[in-house]
Design a protein around this ligand. Sequence first.
Ligand code: HEC
Ligand code: HEC
Length: 203
Amino acid sequence: MEKFFALTIFILLTSCGFDKGMGPLNFSANIEQPVRAEEVNFAILQKRVLTKCIGCHKDWTSEEIVNRFTRESDPEHSRLFTTIAKGEMPKNARHLSAIDMEIVRNYIQNIPWTAPVEEPLPDDGKPVSFSTLNEKVFQISCLPCHGRTLKEEATLVKKWIDPNDPEKSKLLLSVTSGKMPKERNLLTPNQTELIRRYLRNFR
Ligand code: HEC
Ligand code: HEC
């Protein structure tokens, strides 16, 4: 009889996921356990914070996309942190808790700088078109903040390009100075090179 009991309990445990390494005494997946700052990674960010963002930011499904709003190891210059610290995000909802904010801060702090993997550019050095620049730079790094300036080439040229001295154009200087894109990943070397090649149209 005792043996039968033990067997039943064993079967119950197994059917509860015991066999998947989720032993009945391991509740850590369910309780709010403190996480050490240096352990905060994308999985923790996703589980603890991004669930409160994904309803509107539907494309925030990968680390690569979310990191467009960060500068490595620099929370104070990362939209992901500054927008929640100022209470601008989540939009029209309660501010994040102090713990959630700390998770975001630590997550950004822990992003190491790694050289981006880029497709090689054609080595002909030829000028590139507005539409190429739009696809590879503006859409990824400058919109929606500069939607009005960047919607059409004519406005861009009028506002940010100096045809007499293209290399001194606001478009390029804003980026090489590290000011733009504001509170986001700095442009990759290839993105900056595309801006230089675009400016060759004005020589
Ligand atoms: C109810 C919808 C909504 C929710 C929820 C929301 N956002 Fe946003 N978020 C927006 C909208 C709309 C914009 C773009 C325009 C603006 O800034 O108002 C935006 C913009 C942003 C930007 C700036 C993007 C840029 O281009 O610079 C960041 C960063 C951001 N949100 C972070 C967050 C974070 C982090 C959360 C979750 C904690 C969150 N948002 C939750 C609607 C939302
Ligand atoms: C999150 C919003 C945001 C993003 C993304 C962003 N900018 Fe800006 N940008 C601003 C704001 C705000 C200003 C106004 C000055 C300031 O606050 O520094 C500005 C100013 C500028 C100026 C100076 C305009 C002037 O008349 O002097 C240039 C040029 C510029 N941005 C280029 C860019 C380029 C190029 C990108 C993309 C590679 C970019 N920005 C991405 C918000 C942004």
